[in-house]
Design a protein around this ligand. Structure first.
Ligand code: HEM
Length: 312
């Protein structure tokens, strides 16, 4: 389980509204290896085997870009985690070593027939992140490929091929406030070598990572099980660390999503966060609470935070 001291706290200040909260990425890698690496990668691979269409989608014109992404991810893994990953290149033939899982994969770079899956699917099976490729064409960005195992209540199979604005269509107020256009303009101007990062947050009744729209009937009912007694243990704070990279070869964007869960009782060990989050929830507009799916048990969470913040 993740601990409070390594949790990516998402807020700056005690009010939360939708905005472009992206900031320049300081630490260099597009992916991060944490202590839950092995269990999460195992979970991803099981989901990919059992639900391939839910977890991987691609348009055939993305293969070249997928190789570019695979190369970037391998380069970052071997550069920032050299004990855990290494890569041998001899002319066109590459061997990627995953020393954590003791796996060694030899393939011809650029020839997907030499891999057991498409390049994005292959490299996604070695990282904890979900990996989305946004292709830039016709003056817009389109979700043309992705490997997605841990979505926060959305569907890749439904979204594949959509434009940036279409993808963000369900978010209340996003279009009306012109946020979708502002963010799209920002993304279209992104340059290679200048990556960005943002933290998106939500609450989750339970501790499932694979909260796809397709399985809502399995995990959504957890929201009705939250009580005053179990709230600290059962409800989890959910943060997605989302990184954005311009890909110089294809001119598309790589969007990586690393999902972290922390039980509320662990979160509450940080009194400053507890106090701030209490104010944020109290002030949160109903349409945002509804969209994030926390309305049903918001009262229990506010009550719990109120108790925990006493003494500030
Ligand atoms: C280009 C890469 C991006 C992709 C592929 C992407 C994808 C998505 C998806 C699939 C959703 C869920 C929509 C649904 O309910 O069906 C979402 C939500 C959202 N996105 Fe993005 N997004 C991207 C970039 C951004 C950026 C740069 C921002 C900057 C502000 C942003 C802000 C949001 C917000 C605020 C939500 C609502 C989340 C919530 O309330 O929990 N997205 N995005």
């Amino acid at each position: 389980m993740m601990r409070v001291d390594s949790f990516p706290y998402p807020f700056k200040g005690d009010v939360y509204r939708y905005s472009n909260n992206s900031v320049p990425l300081e630490e260099p890698g597009c992916v991060e290896v944490t202590t839950s690496y092995s269990s999460e990668v195992r979970l991803k691979r099981n989901l990919l085997t059992e639900h391939p269409e839910r977890c991987f989608q691609s348009r055939s014109h993305t293969l070249k870009a997928q190789w570019e992404i695979a190369e970037m991810v391998m380069t970052h893994l071997t550069t920032y985690y050299p004990q855990q990953f290494s890569l041998e290149r001899s002319e066109g033939e590459w061997t990627f070593h995953n020393h954590i899982l003791e796996e060694h994969t030899t393939f011809t770079f650029g020839d997907e027939a030499t891999l057991s899956s498409e390049p994005l699917d292959f490299i996604g099976r070695h990282v904890q992140e979900d990996l989305i490729f946004m292709m830039q064409r016709d003056g817009d960005l389109y979700m043309d490929a992705g490997q997605l195992c841990f979505p926060a209540n959305w569907s890749l199979a439904f979204t594949i091929g959509m434009s940036f604005k279409e993808v963000h269509g369900p978010i209340p107020g996003f279009k009306e406030e012109g946020l979708d256009q502002r963010i799209l303009t920002f993304l279209m101007r992104m340059q290679a070598g200048d990556p960005w990062v943002r933290r998106n947050w939500s609450l989750m009744a339970g501790n499932r990572l694979d909260t796809s729209l397709e399985t809502f009937d399995e995990w959504g009912k957890g929201r009705r099980k939250v009580s005053k007694e179990n709230v600290g243990e059962y409800v989890h704070f959910r943060v997605e660390v989302q990184k954005l990279f311009r890909l110089p070869g294809s001119n598309g964007l790589l969007f990586t999503i690393h999902t972290h869960l922390l039980p509320l009782e662990e979160f509450a060990k940080n009194h400053e966060w507890t106090n701030e989050f209490y104010h944020i929830l109290q002030d949160l507009p109903d349409h945002i609470a509804d969209y994030k799916g926390i309305t049903l048990y918001k009262e229990e969470v506010v009550g719990y935070l109120n108790e925990k913040k006493v003494g500030m």
